[in-house]
Design a protein around this ligand. Structure first.
Ligand SMILES: C[S@@+](CC[C@H](N)C(=O)[O-])C[C@H]1O[C@@H](n2cnc3c(N)ncnc32)[C@H](O)[C@@H]1O
Length: 488
């Protein structure tokens, strides 16, 4: 660590080492601790933009040339940055980032590196479909290796096993996944503002997306996604020192800001001596924390116990379709596929997200109702381009309860078993993480199920009341009232 700090300072990095120190935290790895009380808005460290490592600052892209860069599609996703990091590492002390690269981890607790047995523990969770190992490996074989083989002068064949192997590729990809920032070019028009917030690609650039989507904004090693069509991959940068800060749900007390020539880490709250200095990774759910960073957050919950308030459950629309069409064929579910296609064309969700507030997404109820519409009503909805209102009646409720029940059965264990496993305390780290992720999801699902059962009960009571009330209150006309009157 001393080497790294000395390197940082010798490359024009400023560190207020009277206020903070870099230390090892049990189970968090390295992080920063306040050595004395720090006030809000205090500069903790700064570094020149030129000390960040990206496809803009490494000289490899210009040495390779724009044609080669384009021919091997190195400008798409993270593959170009991975190649730069590999090349800089292979250069040893000739690289400006040699001490920095040496300080980065080579092993990770992320599911990317788990065996089949541990991965099975994640069945049912939002992690499984997003690990992206195959896509990453396709990029390695189809882009990176051909680029390397085209320039043996730059990438000597006898150095491939040591610096350019698939294993090194995954290591560099995981370093980016857990540590990179989104550092945009300085916008001249923004000169009036002294500083802009530096988004973090590993940390919070895509966190705003979590609540309403189940897909990934940055799958590892640059698989294409909607966001990446917009984001510029050359903005993705490794930021020495800034990537040493840990994060915990709701604990942020420091943030990175960028200026024209440098990046600045600033305290966003007063920090007491002895406290950890926390950045934010955007407070993602545990499934996403585990996938990107290899850890989970457990903080005290307002209702008691521990968990992550940002947890979510992803519910695929195809499960909803399968339950509704499988259980209510008599309601005339004609042209189901046509309805689904229309739903998607209109921008309807194909994954619904349940959150810890236990609200049922209106779009989920609307889809169920769309599938239940009579043929004539479906045509009306389509012509008016208006999906059905999210009204919960007993039929919709019963179907939603079945959907959630089926979703709950996708996990390999019950809630009770998971609770016992955690109490037992003799789980490996991977298994413990998997159990925490799936238990968090199951807690949401069972909470929503309970809530819907309550609604179902109150609907039943209201139905009964409706039948009884005219007789009891005498408010309504009709047969009941008349017959009551007649009895008097
Ligand atoms: C940006 S780096 C922070 C520096 C890192 N601790 C190190 O030693 O290099 C992110 C990594 O730190 C660890 N980390 C960060 N916050 C954590 C937390 N709240 N609990 C456990 N590990 C954490 C995870 O391993 C994560 O992948």
């Amino acid at each position: 660590m001393q080497n790294f700090v000395a390197w940082f300072k010798s490359h024009s990095g400023f560190l207020d080492d009277a206020s903070l120190d870099v230390v090892d935290f049990p189970s968090h790895g390295r992080g920063a601790i306040a050595l004395k009380d720090i006030s809000e808005n205090h500069t903790l460290f700064t570094l020149p933009r030129s000390l960040t490592l990206s496809t803009r600052t490494s000289t490899l892209p210009s040495i390779l040339g724009a044609d080669t860069w384009e021919r091997f599609k190195l400008g798409q996703g993270w593959v170009g940055l991975i190649l730069c990091m590999m090349w800089e590492e292979a250069r040893g002390s000739a690289s400006k980032w040699s001490e920095y690269l040496e300080s980065l981890p080579t092993s990770f607790d992320t599911p990317m590196f788990w065996g089949a047995e541990d991965l099975e523990e994640l069945r049912g969770t939002a992690v499984v479909d997003k690990i992206g190992r195959e896509d990453a490996e396709r990029d390695y074989h189809e882009k990176l290796l051909p680029a390397i083989e085209s320039r043996p002068d730059l990438f000597p064949p006898d150095s491939v096993a040591q610096y350019y192997s698939l294993e090194r590729y995954h290591i560099m990809g995981s370093r980016i996944l857990s540590r990179s920032f989104q550092v945009e070019r300085w916008d001249r028009q923004g000169d009036d503002h002294d500083e802009s917030e530096a988004n973090t690609s590993a940390m919070d650039v895509d966190s705003a997306e979590f609540p309403d989507k189940g897909e990934d904004a940055h799958t590892e090693e640059g698989e294409e996604s909607d966001d990446e069509e917009v984001d510029d991959p050359s903005d993705v940068a490794m930021v020495p020192m800034a990537d040493l800060l840990n994060a915990r749900y709701g604990s942020e007390n420091a943030k990175l800001f960028y200026e024209e020539t440098e990046l600045r880490m600033v305290s966003t709250k007063p920090i007491k001596a002895g406290e950890q200095i926390w950045n934010t990774y955007g407070d993602p759910p545990n499934s996403e924390l585990l996938r990107r960073y290899g850890h989970v957050d457990l903080v005290s919950l307002p209702q008691g116990g521990e968990g992550n308030l940002a947890d979510i459950v992803e519910l695929r629309a195809d499960l909803v379709v399968s339950v509704v069409t499988g259980h209510a064929p008599s309601t005339g579910l004609a042209n189901t596929q046509e309805r689904i296609d229309w739903w998607l064309e209109e921008g309807g969700d194909d994954v619904f997200v349940l959150e810890t507030d236990l609200a049922v997404p209106e779009t989920l109820t609307s889809l169920v109702r769309l599938l239940l519409l009579s043929d004539a009503d479906w045509k009306k909805a389509r012509d008016k381009q208006k999906p059905p209102r999210a009204k919960l009646d007993s039929q919709v409720l019963s179907l939603l309860l079945q959907v959630l029940g089926r979703r709950l059965n996708e996990y390999p264990t019950s809630t009770e078993v998971d609770e016992q496993l955690l109490r037992g305390g003799n789980l490996t780290l991977n298994k413990r993480h998997a159990v925490i992720v799936r238990l968090g999801e199951k807690t949401i699902l069972t909470g929503v199920l309970e809530k819907l059962r309550e609604v179902e009960q109150s609907l039943l009571v209201a139905e009964k009341d409706k039948v009884k009330r005219p007789a009891a209150s005498g408010e309504t006309g009709g047969e009941t009232r008349r017959s009551k009157k007649a009895k008097r």
